[in-house]
Design a binder for this molecule. Structure first.
Ligand code: GLN
Length: 316
């Protein structure tokens, strides 16, 4: 695995396609050529290559974890009453709601994630962000911090998200003060992680909510299943269908250049490369996941991927 990651890193390091996000001014400042890979197994092993320790902001990757936490602490029915689980096929920052329900399509696009922040604010007020940070830190296996400069940069320039927030308030998907809710959302997006953190966070989901290194139960079992399902269908924005077809690994990407992938019961995969394609997904990240999925047979419907060990052990 170590060798494979090194080879993958070498194979794709020369790919300079795409460009870092610059609509959040602070995001454009990092070195665009950083490239880190990490894999954590459900058995607690870690493999890495390149800039696996380099830190970047988690951005939309946080949406998967915030949804997982919300399902547990707010309740599934209450969450699903405010946000759907349908792939929208729209861009991550689309100002489009489901015409039938007048609710955001899913929690992986901005409108849905801001709704999740709204639900957490309704229940926990100012304690909502510390709750998110605590749980995400437990999933990473170490204390995570917020990049204050990126947070402020988005707070000052995030007018589109502010517009989405007010529309959500207008249609009743959120009920609290828009600014306080956006503050949670902008902060959660500015949490600093490395490819290694993402690999552990993914491995915690893969290991049905228990961090494979610390042994701590971080997420609720049922919430993990719901989260992986939504990651599988909606995690890569308007490339989600192509991703499910070509890669077949539940995943979530962010405009900071990170992607987290989860091979159920087996692996957490974290990649970091800031150059993005037109859909806002990391160019090299996609290539690495495509190669990993095909080289190791990780696609969910790959005939060599045995899937749930519960079932295989029952059949034995
Ligand atoms: N904070 C970013 C935004 O709301 C997150 C988007 C993303 O990672 N796709 O625009």
């Amino acid at each position: 695995m170590r060798q494979a990651l090194r080879e993958l890193h070498e194979r794709h390091a020369g790919d300079r396609g795409g460009a870092p996000a610059d609509y959040i001014p602070e995001l454009a400042k990092g070195d665009p050529d950083r490239f880190g890979l990490a894999i954590a197994t459900a058995g607690g092993e870690l493999f890495q290559a390149g800039d696996a320790l380099a830190e970047f902001t988690i951005q939309s990757v946080s949406k998967a974890f915030a949804f997982c936490i919300a399902i547990e602490v707010i309740g599934r029915a209450a969450v699903l009453g405010r946000v759907g689980v349908e792939p929208s096929g729209d861009a991550f920052n689309a100002i489009v709601f489901d015409p039938r329900t007048n609710r955001p399509f899913n929690p992986m696009v901005n409108a849905g994630a801001i709704t999740i922040a709204g639900l957490l604010h309704e229940r926990f007020g100012d304690a909502a962000f510390p709750l998110l940070l605590d749980r995400m830190s437990q999933a990473a296996g170490q204390r995570l911090a917020v990049d204050e400069a990126v947070y402020r940069s988005e707070l000052e320039t995030g007018h589109r998200n502010r517009a989405i927030g007010h529309l959500l308030r207008n249609c009743g998907a959120i009920t609290g003060p828009v600014d306080a809710i956006l503050d949670i959302y902008f902060r959660q997006c500015a949490i600093l992680v490395s490819a290694i953190d993402l690999a552990w966070m993914g491995a915690t989901l893969a290991h049905i909510g228990e961090h494979p290194g610390t042994g701590r139960q971080v997420f609720d079992l049922g919430a993990v299943r719901d989260t992986l399902a939504v990651m599988f269908t909606c995690g890569m924005y308007d490339y989600s269908g192509g991703w499910a077809f070509n890669v077949g690994i539940p995943a979530k990407s962010g405009v900071g250049g990170g992607i987290v992938g989860v091979v159920n019961r087996q692996l957490g995969i974290g990649t970091f490369s800031p150059r993005l394609d037109a859909q806002g997904n990391s160019v090299r990240g996609i290539r690495v996941f495509e190669d990993l999925a095909s080289d190791f047979g990780l696609h969910a419907f790959e005939c060599l991927n045995q899937g749930s060990v519960f079932v295989t052990s029952l059949l034995r």
